[in-house]
Design a protein around this ligand. Structure first.
Ligand SMILES: NC(=O)c1ccc[n+]([C@@H]2O[C@H](COP(=O)([O-])OP(=O)(O)OC[C@H]3O[C@@H](n4cnc5c(N)ncnc54)[C@H](O)[C@@H]3O)[C@@H](O)[C@H]2O)c1
Ligand SMILES: [Zn+2]
Length: 369
């Protein structure tokens, strides 16, 4: 199951990314192998903990670990400073020590929150990611970005804090809501488009066979490992997001605008990213960088994995454009667009005319229903 171990290497050291079925059973042995022998502080959410928390606690205690758990409400609203403070209260009252470790059991919300707690309590203690969503397995649990939201914007408070281990047990996806699983496929497809044509082709093949949408499909661990490898490679090349890591924002420039304009909660992040990828693809085509046939291929694949590509009718192109210009990726007044040049390759452009984006946004509503 874990024969092909991925490794992220950063200035703070290296850590393994394990992806496989049934891996949570190996957690005590994996922690011991890393020399983590202190108390364990498990942070999870109310939708995840009941499924996996008690079993994990039992396995750890059987192997001599002391573990306590703290469950926060499920959902993005928990990614805020008040929840962080609640974690500090729990850990400090319980006499947390430098040799202890935080375990994050959940999706990106729990991973970002628990990672930030681990980065800051006692000026930083060890941290282990146990991602339970597809998005977290291929994206958010990898790379060490942690943090919480501020009332004025998402992810504005945070720290880089690399985990000591990322252990993705793909069996946990069986309890994830199907819509959340589909949203995760958007990031997997994104990884194929920006850096791995072979992954893209595999996804096409499995879509044709109708076998992969099921969370228990035998091929899932291998596909997730391959999608995770794209992020691993990019992080290894660019730990602090100065260059190559920007490619991971493919589909996110307009995706974030679509997500925010629709009102958070109306569209899931991955659904908005799928729409953003289609729009970015069209922009690339209009610039003559990408073949029309590849935009269609991408659209078909997104649809095959249950994702939307059409802009919701109620969204106003002017409003989306305005939001995009305000996006934090704007530097010196220019939006940085991640645009594909081929399936498996993308680059950054900051010279896309606003009028062209406007044209794509207004046409898009008509063409892709
Ligand atoms: N740090 C990074 O680099 C990075 C990258 C991308 C996204 N993010 C962040 O990730 C977050 C989104 O992550 P997400 O999509 O995983 O959302 P999430 O953590 O909110 O999980 C989605 C929903 O599924 C539930 N859930 C999770 N796993 C489950 C399981 N196995 N069984 C049943 N229910 C389960 C959760 O309780 C939640 O309701 C955002 O806050 C985003 O900002 C961070
Ligand atoms: Zn994303």
């Amino acid at each position: 199951m874990t024969d092909q171990i991925l490794t992220i290497t950063t200035t703070a050291g290296s850590y393994p990314i394990l992806v496989g079925s049934g891996l949570l059973r190996e957690l005590p042995a994996q922690l011991a192998a890393l020399g983590l022998r202190g108390r364990l502080w498990l942070i999870s959410d109310s939708a995840v903990f009941p499924h996996y928390g008690p079993q994990i606690e039992g396995n750890l205690r059987d192997q001599g670990y002391t573990v306590s758990s703290h469950v926060v409400p499920s959902g993005e609203a928990s990614k805020e400073l008040a929840t962080v403070a609640g974690c500090y209260d729990w850990m400090i009252a319980g006499n947390v020590e430098r040799r202890d470790a935080v375990l994050a059991l959940g999706g990106g919300v729990v991973g970002d929150l628990a990672g930030f707690v681990a980065a800051t309590v006692l000026r930083g203690i060890a941290f282990v990611q146990l991602p339970t969503t597809l998005l977290a397995m291929v994206d958010s649990a990898l790379g060490g970005k942690t943090g919480v939201n501020h009332p004025l914007g998402k992810n504005l408070i945070g720290a880089f804090h690399q985990p000591r281990l990322v252990l993705s047990d793909t069996d946990t996806l069986a309890t994830l809501a199907p819509r959340e699983l589909r949203a995760g496929w958007a990031e997997v497809i994104k990884h194929g488009v920006i850096r791995d044509a072979g992954l893209f082709a595999l996804l096409e093949r499995y879509a044709a066979e109708q076998s992969v949408l099921d969370a228990t499909a035998a091929v899932l661990p291998a596909l997730i490992r391959r999608a995770a490898k794209v992020k691993v490679d990019v992080v290894n090349a660019d730990e602090r997001e100065t260059g190559e890591r920007m490619l991971l924002n493919y589909g996110h420039t307009l995706g974030h605008a679509v997500e925010a304009a629709g009102g958070y909660g109306a569209l899931l992040h991955g659904e908005a990213v799928a729409i953003g990828m289609d729009l970015a693809g069209q922009i690339a085509t209009h610039l003559g960088m990408w073949a029309e046939a590849d935009v269609l291929r991408q659209r078909q694949l997104l649809h095959a994995y249950g994702l939307p590509t059409a802009l919701p009718e109620q969204l106003d192109p002017e409003d989306l454009l305005e939001r995009t210009l305000r996006d934090k990726k704007v530097r010196a007044g220019r939006v940085r667009w991640i645009l594909p040049t081929a399936i498996g390759h993308a680059l950054v452009r900051d010279d896309v005319p606003e009028a062209l984006v406007h044209g794509v946004l207004t046409q898009h509503a008509d063409h892709t229903q």
